[in-house]
Each structure stands twice: as structure tokens, then as C-alpha cells.
Design a protein around this ligand. Structure first.
Ligand SMILES: C[S@@+](CC[C@H](N)C(=O)[O-])C[C@H]1O[C@@H](n2cnc3c(N)ncnc32)[C@H](O)[C@@H]1O
Length: 320
């Protein structure tokens, strides 16, 4: 009886949407998990560690480029703006923008990893007391109610997070962002570029194994929500460049055949089969320009990092 009560309260507490998506994703022919589920408190910390790795060029390249971007933006964004960041993480990249653009009085960072977002927002508020920092815990792939915003809007989507969408999903995101940000808005987006598979391979297979921990953490998340069905030691991180699709794919490869139960759903894993956990698409300027144009945006300015390792675009909303 006591066990039944405990189990019921656990079921009530747990993240039903997560559980349904996991069951669905592990029931298909190609097993998959959505990358947004990497990001609980621990996952966000692992991502911050990845950003400090020498091999992980996207963070270094974009961070180095942003002060130059921000100083040029200051000449373009001459009105008052509310700035809205999608997938804000540790809020490192907004700092040079807030430093340079005095017209930003309000900053709304959106992230799915709520505790991490609130802690990062508190630090940012102390550093920029003249900016109202209003964090929103939410999923940017769904409509989010941001309440009444009087100012023009500047969207910010750094970190090449847009690459985690398929090109069709990226188009849909950009289209929705155009609706959310409205007339006279801008969107500043960080996009990873095409480059040698060897550079990509080392960025997603770092020597210290931090990306592997980040990838495997998604199994710990499943164990927290279900009755610990997954055995992380039976899986191995694997990332490779899929040349046909133009993306890095991250997988968790099963090392030995075994069976797991998600509640009463039986899931068989065979040796060598994988769970696809993330794609990271890389875009040429032409490819990204086409996505933006299909979604109600025009490219106002493009910045490329040293050796074209990364790109940042300022998109301007087309008139409705
Ligand atoms: C690749 S990290 C980038 C973090 C930061 N913007 C940067 O550039 O360093 C992706 C961020 O987006 C957040 N995220 C991923 N999917 C999300 C979703 N569907 N809705 C809201 N946040 C999401 C993660 O929690 C994480 O902070």
C-alpha cells in the first residue's frame, strides 16, 4: 500500500512530457532523445565546461567576435530595445552587447534549464544594475508569452543552438521568432560554419571526455524520472560528421545487448545500436541566407570569425 502511494506521488511529481517523449523516442526503429533534455542543472554545468575546452572552437570563436559585432551594432540600433535571448545558458555572450548598446533597458533571457538561468540572471543583474533582467523558464520551440513589451525588440540566439534544429525546424523557429519579435525587430544569430571534418571531430570528441559526460547525462535524467532503468556504463559517446546532411551527429552507442523497462514499456537494446541524441548543422552564408529569407528576415550584416570558424548574422524583420 505504502509503495503504491509512493509510486503515485512520484508519478504526479514527474515531468510527464519528458517521460512521454522518452518512451516515444526509445520505441522507434532509430532510437532518439531530444537535445533539449541535456540541459538540467548538471547538463548546463557540463556545457559550461565544454565551452572552456580548447577543441570547442565555436565558443571561443563567437566570444572573440562579439565585442566587434556589438560595437558595430551600437551604430545601427539607435532606438530603445528590449533584448530577448533564446537558450540563454550562462549569459556570457550578452555582456559585450549590454556594454556597448545603451538603448537596451530590458533583457529577457529564456532557457529550459530554470535553476541555472535564475542563478546566471542574478549575477548579470548585479553587473548591469541599469538593465531590468527578467528571466523566463520555457521552451523556445513553443509559443512563449512574454507579456507586454513596449520597446522594439532585439532577439539574440548565439551558440549555434539554431544548428540543433533540422533546416526545416530552423525555418519554423525563425518564422515564429519573426512573429514574436514583431515589426522593426532585429535578430542576432550565431551560426556554425562548414569546415574540415577533422576540426569538427575533435570539437565533439574532446580528449578530456567532457562531451561524453554531457551526452551520457541524458541517461541520468531518464533515471531520475523513471525507476532508474538505464545503465550509463552500457553506453558510449559517439560523434561523427554526417557529410550528406551537413551536420555533426551525437549518439550513445549500446555496448551490450540488454532490456530496459520504462514503466511497463519494454525496450530492447542490441549491441552496437545507437540512441541519436543531437544533430548540429553547419551552414554556409548562402544556405543560412536562404533559411532567413524564407522565414521573414533579411540579412542586414554578416560577421565571420578568424579562419571563417564561425558566423554571426544580424537579421532585420521584413515588413509584414
Ligand atoms: C548550446 S547551449 C548555448 C548557451 C549559450 N546561449 C551560449 O551561446 O553559450 C544551448 C542553450 O539553450 C538551452 N536550450 C536548449 N533547448 C532549449 C529549448 N527548447 N528551449 C529553451 N532553452 C533551450 C539550453 O539549456 C542551453 O542553455
Amino acid at each position: 500500500m505504502q509503495e503504491a502511494v509512493l509510486r503515485k506521488s512520484r508519478t504526479n511529481d514527474r515531468d510527464q512530457e519528458f517521460c512521454e517523449v522518452v518512451i516515444d523516442g526509445l520505441s522507434g526503429a532509430q532510437k532518439k532523445l531530444h537535445p533539449k533534455y541535456f540541459y538540467d542543472q548538471k547538463g548546463s554545468q557540463y556545457f559550461d565546461e565544454i565551452c572552456q575546452l580548447e577543441e570547442y572552437y565555436p565558443y571561443q570563436a563567437e566570444t572573440k567576435l562579439l565585442p566587434k559585432v556589438a560595437s558595430q551594432l551600437a551604430g545601427i540600433l539607435t532606438h530603445e530595445y528590449a533584448m530577448i535571448e533564446f537558450g540563454a545558458g550562462s549569459l556570457q555572450k550578452v555582456r559585450p552587447v549590454l556594454d556597448q548598446i545603451q538603448g537596451i533597458k530590458r533583457f529577457i533571457p529564456i532557457d529550459i534549464s530554470g535553476d541555472h538561468l535564475r542563478a546566471s540572471s542574478a549575477l548579470l543583474s548585479q553587473e548591469f544594475p541599469d538593465v531590468s533582467v527578467d528571466p523566463v523558464e520555457g521552451d523556445f520551440s513553443k509559443p512563449i508569452d512574454l507579456g507586454e513589451i513596449q520597446e522594439r525588440k532585439l532577439g539574440f540566439f548565439p551558440g549555434s543552438t539554431i544548428g540543433n534544429f533540422t533546416p526545416d525546424e530552423a525555418t519554423k523557429f525563425l518564422h515564429n521568432a519573426r512573429q514574436t519579435l514583431g515589426q522593426n525587430s532585429y535578430l542576432l544569430v550565431g551560426v556554425d560554419t562548414k569546415k574540415s571534418p577533422a576540426t569538427l571531430h575533435s570539437a565533439y570528441n574532446d580528449a578530456a571526455g567532457v562531451t561524453a559526460k554531457f551526452n551520457l547525462n541524458i541517461l541520468d535524467r531518464i533515471n531520475q524520472e523513471f525507476d532508474s532503468p538505464m545503465s550509463p556504463e552500457k553506453f558510449e559517446h559517439y560523434a561523427y560528421f554526417n557529410a550528406e546532411k551537413g551536420c555533426i551527429e551525437m549518439h550513445l552507442v549500446c555496448l551490450e545487448a540488454h532490456t530496459v523497462y520504462l514503466d511497463d514499456i519494454r525496450v530492447e537494446f542490441s549491441q552496437g545500436e545507437s540512441i541519436h541524441t543531437e544533430s548540429s548543422y553547419k551552414y554556409s552564408c548562402e544556405e543560412f541566407g536562404a533559411l532567413a529569407q524564407q522565414s521573414g528576415w533579411s540579412i542586414e550584416r554578416t560577421w565571420l570569425a578568424d579562419q571563417n570558424l564561425f558566423s554571426v548574422y544580424l537579421l532585420k524583420a521584413d515588413k509584414a
